[in-house]
Ligand binder design. Structure first.
Ligand code: SAM
Ligand code: SF4
Length: 469
């Protein structure tokens, strides 16, 4: 049994709902709604002028799916009406891309795009013609000659081998499959029936030879999931040999997604103890089967580029899963899409279709909120990402990069961490913080100690070390 499960008291003490996963810091709720389209345009122009050669990941959001999965937190609409999907693409997304093109041309700027990522919702909703036209449209915006990874999120229920091979003909070379869980009881509870055979039939010899990276998304904490079921799911997954795997904890937010409550109609969700047990089992089985851990919730085969970038110290944790570190700048189009320019700016489009469309109808970028990061934000952002990816902080790295004295700068945080140290979650060394294997399970909580915007909701007895709780 995994060590984490041996101490229920420790688990209870440090358990909090995993609200902040730190794919962004400061977390989105703290981005400024007064940061509007004018700020977006001026920061984009300024940043691109100052960083003309920096590589960019270009993200495109497609907010449509054919059927609702009850666990889903992504920004999407469920529709059977393909005309709606076409209208979004041709009347609005294309307009947003055109406006970006005009802004760049006016300022004699270009985008050095190195990666493309189509996410959703379900980009697989597009028929070949629309998909092809979207790629063609992007070619008007930037040069494709430097493109490394071109990823598409795949709903395996909506594609066949021909469609996957078509994606490659237009440039796609990485596929990210939404798997979630292969257990039929779990699938019934989440309203997503998807037998392993659907996926094995797609991963033909030709498809495997064509795509050098294949990712599977699994979710931990689904209804009817347990240690036995995850073991069987991982067994199926390993047989299918994806090169990368994400095992993400399911975030449960019925306050904003009422339908999530439907997952409870027949069974309870696994509690915090079960979630750790399921996560640990998945992790154990994946590592036993030859996968290497690549950050908090990611795994990769040893010869996969992600495992290589982990060992080189270049990987980092982000909203699209652990990234191999080549590109840290995201420009994003589509409703709800968010981007960042280095560690300087964040920005995000409107979630709501009406607000997204109305802004574009007014010839304005549909910016909902954004943020310019201060030096302190940047230091803390780097820190929480490093904790989440490598489970270790070397003070010298931060001292050199930001010209600070780490121990002095973070004296209060280090004092709080001394409680974590006493409980065996980490060790505070003379030049580093090292999370123990048990402490790695609590890396979000440890990251929250360094978060200036969100309070750590734990009863740690801070008064005993002279700090107010
Ligand atoms: C847009 S979906 C994947 C593509 C496609 N729509 C599909 O479902 O196959 C992106 C991923 O977000 C993750 N996701 C969705 N809801 C989540 C939640 N409540 N908590 C954590 N991750 C979630 C899932 O792992 C999912 O594979
Ligand atoms: S998980 Fe994928 S297919 Fe299911 S509702 Fe969410 S975005 Fe759509």
């Amino acid at each position: 049994m995994s060590k984490i499960l041996e101490d229920i008291k420790l688990l209870k003490k440090y358990h909090t709902n995993l609200v902040y996963d730190y794919t962004e810091y400061p977390t989105k709720a703290h981005w400024d709604e007064n940061f509007g389209e004018k700020d977006y345009k001026s920061s984009l122009v300024k940043w691109l002028s100052e960083n003309p050669k920096k590589k960019i990941l270009f993200y495109v959001h497609t907010p449509f799916c054919e059927q609702l999965c009850y666990f889903c937190l992504c920004s999407k609409l469920i529709t059977q009406d393909y005309e709606k999907v076409k209208s979004y693409l041709y009347d609005y997304l294309f307009k947003e891309i055109d406006m970006l093109k005009t802004l760049l041309e006016k300022n004699k700027l270009t985008l050095n795009v190195n990666e493309i990522y189509f996410g959703g919702g379900s980009p697989t909703y597009y028929k070949e013609e629309e998909f092809k036209n979207l790629v063609k449209k992007l070619k008007e915006l930037f040069d494709f000659k430097n493109i490394g990874d071109f990823s598409v999120e795949i709903d395996p229920r909506r594609v066949n081998e021909d469609k996957l091979l078509f994606y490659n003909e237009v440039g796609v070379n990485r596929l990210s499959f939404g798997i979630q869980d292969f257990d039929i009881n779990v699938q019934k509870e989440i309203n997503r029936i998807q037998e392993p055979e659907i996926v094995s039939k797609l991963l033909t010899k030709k498809v495997r030879e064509t795509f050098n990276a294949i990712n599977f998304d699994l979710l931990i904490g689904l209804p009817a999931q347990n240690v036995g079921s995850i073991e069987r799911t991982v067994e199926e997954v390993v047989k299918l040999k994806p090169t990368q795997i994400q095992t993400m904890y399911m975030h449960y937010k019925p306050q904003t997604r009422k339908y999530m409550i439907k997952m409870l109609r027949n069974v309870q969700l696994p509690d915090f103890y079960d979630r750790k047990a399921i996560f640990s089992k998945a992790s154990e089985e994946l590592i036993k089967s030859g996968y290497e851990r690549a950050g908090f919730e990611s795994y990769a085969l040893p010869d996969d580029i992600l495992a290589e970038s982990m060992s080189k110290g270049e990987a980092y944790y982000a909203s699209l899963g652990t990234q191999k570190g080549e590109v840290t700048n995201f420009i994003a189009v589509g409703s709800s899409a968010h981007g960042c320019l280095g560690d300087d700016y964040y920005f995000q489009n409107f979630y709501e279709q009406n607000l997204y469309r109305e802004a574009l109808d007014r010839n304005e970028f549909p910016i909902y909120r954004g943020m310019k990061l201060s030096k302190d934000d940047k230091i803390r952002q780097n820190l929480v990402k490093t904790v989440r990816t490598y489970f270790k902080i070397s003070y010298d790295q931060f001292n050199a990069k930001y010209d600070i004295d780490f121990k002095n700068y973070f004296s209060k945080e280090l004092k709080i961490l001394s409680i974590f140290e006493k409980d065996g979650l980490l060790s505070l060394n003379s030049d580093s913080i090292d999370l123990t294997p048990v402490g790695q399970h609590f890396s979000p909580q440890i990251a929250t100690v360094f978060d200036k915007y969100n309070k750590l909701e734990l009863d740690l007895g801070l008064e005993s070390i002279g700090l107010a709780s």
